[in-house]
Design a protein around this ligand. Structure first.
Ligand SMILES: CC[C@H](C(=O)O)C(=O)SCCNC(=O)CCNC(=O)[C@H](O)C(C)(C)COP(=O)(O)OP(=O)(O)OC[C@H]1O[C@@H](n2cnc3c(N)ncnc32)[C@H](O)[C@@H]1OP(=O)(O)O
Ligand SMILES: [Co+2]
Length: 142
């Protein structure tokens, strides 16, 4: 089940400059920065706590030329890259979405930032919007 907009991914060229820009916009500092080597990205997160949960902004800069973010920046420049949704059971959702005809970009959940398991859907099957599913990874030993 989809439960929340977990984060909005924004592709940027300069993480230091964009951290300062969004810190000025939001009047708050990013709460973490994390490299996801498997994706060739460095991320920086801002979060907003609302009554029912939290929504995050994820800034992404490429760490390798073959990173999806590098390709995106080359072709489309800086901007909103993806929408991420929190799901309660990513494996069940992936099977449901596949059966519904959505194209999964990874057949099994893969590690994401901020202690998540993630799956991406091809934007060709989602009206041109790159969608990411996120499920909280169980803590070690849970
Ligand atoms: C997981 C760590 C972190 C987290 O939150 O935890 C992240 O979010 S990491 C984010 C970076 N990783 C990914 O984006 C993985 C999924 N993305 C991909 O597999 C590719 O980027 C893909 C398949 C979406 C596009 O790759 P491709 O090599 O095919 O690039 P093209 O430029 O040829 O694109 C093909 C086609 O798709 C359109 N496109 C590409 N990116 C996007 C996008 N972000 N949003 C919407 N549409 C997109 C592109 O315009 C092309 O369409 P066309 O009509 O042919 O021009
Ligand atoms: Co993301």
């Amino acid at each position: 089940m989809f439960t929340n907009v977990e984060h909005i991914g924004i592709a940027v060229r300069d993480l230091t400059a964009s951290n300062a820009l969004f810190a000025s916009l939001f009047n708050t500092q990013p709460y973490k920065s994390e490299e996801v080597t498997s994706e060739g990205v460095m991320t920086s997160f801002f979060r907003f706590n609302n009554g029912s949960g939290q929504t995050k902004i994820e800034l992404l800069v490429p760490t390798r030329p073959d990173s999806p973010i590098a390709t995106y920046l080359e072709k489309r420049g800086e901007g909103i890259h993806h929408l991420a949704f929190e799901v309660t059971d990513i494996v069940t959702e992936m099977a449901r979405l596949k059966a519904e005809g959505f194209v999964l970009l990874n057949e099994t959940p893969k590690p994401g930032a901020d202690n998540k398991l993630v799956c991406f859907l091809h934007p060709k099957t989602t009206n041109g919007v790159l969608i990411e599913l996120c499920q909280e990874r169980p803590l070690e030993g849970q």
